[in-house]
Design a protein around this ligand. Sequence first.
Ligand SMILES: [Zn+2]
Length: 106
Amino acid sequence: MSKSCTLCSTSRPVLVRCQIDESQKWHFVCPGACWKKVSGGVEDAKGLEGEFPWYRYGGMWKDRSADGPVSAKKPRKVKERQKEEARARAGRDMGGDEDGVEDVDT
Ligand SMILES: [Zn+2]
């Protein structure tokens, strides 16, 4: 999945996430020309607040699918889901009712 620059609509594998205007909406702009246009080419537009009062840097966006073949490792999301499913199964096997479990000190 690739995203395109909200300024020039060019689709790119890497974009800079930033706020650039009073709408405070997150934009995704080309790390090159478009970003320089909205930030002055300075991360956080330091010292350029007068020129770019709305600019706020929000990190880089990367197209993961553009990274080439994915490693054989399972994505963390899948692993976590499987762990959770295993936990749920274990809970059922033990006849436990997670919702009703409370630490009663008697
Ligand atoms: Zn652009």
